[in-house]
Ligand binder design. Structure first.
Ligand code: 2ND
Ligand code: ZN
Length: 363
């Protein structure tokens, strides 16, 4: 039977790709802008949480990653003090816990939060404080880690990689690069990735979202990425013949053979033009071919989404049942940048029993 939205909400979910500066509550943006004087956009009427939320969704719904990214000026702009960052981090975890997320890796770029004098270390500490507060308040129902992102058009990736390693025992589990993809290939940051590999550290790379196979190839074969952020364009290396048979190119075969996790973000892809609709999203074929697919939100504010919304949309478009959602969830947990024993415990003690109980309800 098809799970209801409420059953999807209650099902344990694992989130590997979510931007802290893409998930603010609209009211929080209004409050923080009033505090620090940041000029919010003209929403074409009265500024309310609702109208501002709508503005973000519409402005981000442009079909272009570059235009989508412009909306972050207004979230990053209000996250420039310790207390503001801590509030955003706390609310992020509160919202994820309420949505049934049991494990999350939240990413952001520390270098974007130093405009009024915070050090990079202070930014990471402020985020961790907010996470810790919310995790305790949830009764430890959620486990959260930070991923530190470097902006791919900037030149601070080595510094951010060192920052991530310095915080490895204090809540930071990995590293990432993000921002406009075209013109900024992953190899631009090769020294940072080589450093991370020498440190036995984990990283993912936004690749194959707004740019195609060369970006994915570089991310994996030159830079050694553990996972791919989006990776949706791997579909360009897969041919579906008229008779229904499927042929994988060398890169697609490598990604599948090596079980390289794909952090897929369906609604974000529709906004940036990487996919036309949920029903046409490559996630359907990639799941069928048993790639290591995971489901993620990317930016909950810009896409007006949540894990429940992403998964419910997939249930509606592809007819998935609870076992499919459990498969995505276990895929994600297996792919987390958490030690093996901790991943294993979450799968066997939390995820599997909860899905078994839900299946009992649905049957
Ligand atoms: O989907 C994305 N692709 C590339 N970059 C992105 C995406 N979503 C957010 N970002 C950027 C904008 C944020 O300011 C930055 C750090 O979270 O990462
Ligand atoms: Zn992203």
């Amino acid at each position: 039977m098809t799970p209801t939205r409420e059953q999807v909400r209650r099902a344990p979910k694992v989130l590997l790709h979510d931007h802290l500066d893409g998930g603010l509550r609209p009211q929080t943006i209004i409050d923080l802008a009033a505090d620090n004087g940041h000029q919010l956009p003209d929403v074409g009427g009265e500024l309310t949480a609702e109208s501002l939320g709508r503005w973000f969704a519409e402005a981000a719904d442009s079909g272009s990653l570059e235009r989508y990214l412009e909306t972050f000026d207004h979230t990053v702009g209000v996250m420039q003090t310790g207390p503001a960052i801590t509030r955003v981090a706390r609310e992020c975890v509160e919202d994820l816990a309420a949505d049934g997320v049991v494990y999350a890796e939240i990413r952001y770029a520390p270098e974007q939060h130093v405009e009024t004098g915070l050090t990079l270390d202070e930014v990471v500490a402020a985020v961790q404080e907010g996470f810790d507060q919310a995790v305790v308040a949830s009764g430890n129902r959620i486990v959260v880690r930070q991923l530190l992102t470097a902006m791919r058009h900037q030149a601070r990736s080595m510094e951010i990689a060192e920052l991530a390693v310095a915080w490895r025992d204090r809540g930071v589990a990995g590293f990432d690069i993000a921002g406009a993809e075209a013109g900024y290939p992953p190899t631009r940051h090769l020294d940072a990735f080589e450093y991370l590999q020498r440190e036995n550290f984990h990283f993912t790379i936004h690749a194959g979202e707004a740019f195609g196979l060369p970006s994915i190839w570089q991310a994996i074969q030159w830079c050694g990425a553990d996972r791919l952020g989006h990776g949706v364009r791997i579909i360009d290396d897969i041919t579906v013949h008229d008779d229904g048979s499927v042929e994988l190119g060398l890169l697609a075969a490598y990604v599948r053979d090596k079980r390289i996790p794909l952090e897929m973000c369906p609604w974000s892809n529709i906004q940036t033009g990487a996919a036309a609709s949920i029903a046409e999203h490559p996630i359907g074929l990639l799941k069928r071919l048993r790639f290591r697919v995971t489901v993620n939100t990317d930016n909950r504010l810009m896409s007006q989404t949540s894990m429940t919304h992403e998964m419910t949309s997939l249930v509606e478009a592809f007819g998935y049942g609870l076992s499919d959602l459990e498969w995505f969830t276990i895929n994600a947990m297996k792919s987390a940048f958490l030690p093996f024993d901790e991943r294993f415990a979450l799968i066997s003690d939390v995820i599997k029993p909860a899905y078994a109980a839900l299946r009992g309800e649905v049957a």
